[in-house]
Design a protein around this ligand. Structure first.
Ligand SMILES: [Zn+2]
Length: 140
């Protein structure tokens, strides 16, 4: 077994469990689990960005807080299922918001959820043999 010292994820011998329950945590400490960064923290460490989401337009200005909350919620949900899906950085600039993710599908999901909730125009471009997603959303 392995235990990630950064986020507490546990590798149970088959897969990384992002949010281990008490049982699994106890088992990990009982077996003296090896401390090892999980794939998500490895990607953060290596600055491995696989998705970039850019949000812009006048609507963003007036709904910034709600939109950021939605994006963070999508990231929390994704993380429960996939240990490597994380936000690398959120850059809050004057007229746009840029979110870098360690997982291309997380970037795609964020774009789709923002479009679902707030309408607007969404463009998703896949690059580098589909391992990198460039997601742009705009609503004026
Ligand atoms: Zn971790």
């Amino acid at each position: 077994m392995k235990l990630c010292p950064r986020c507490g994820a546990v590798y149970d011998g088959h897969r990384w469990v992002p949010e281990p329950g008490e049982e699994l945590k106890k088992a990990a400490s009982r077996k003296g689990a090896e401390k090892r960064l999980c794939p998500g923290d490895v990607r953060l460490e290596k600055r491995q960005v696989e998705g970039v989401v850019t949000l812009k337009g006048a609507f963003l200005e007036s709904h910034r807080r709600e939109i950021i909350n939605l994006v963070r919620r999508v990231a929390r949900e994704a993380r429960k299922r996939k240990v490597s899906a994380r936000i690398f950085e959120v850059v809050d600039e004057d007229r746009q918001l840029t979110i870098e993710t360690t997982d291309e599908h997380l970037a795609e999901r964020m774009g789709k959820e923002v479009e679902k909730a707030f309408k607007g125009e969404l463009v998703i471009k896949w690059q580098e043999k589909d391992t990198f997603a460039r997601v742009t959303w705009r609503r004026d």
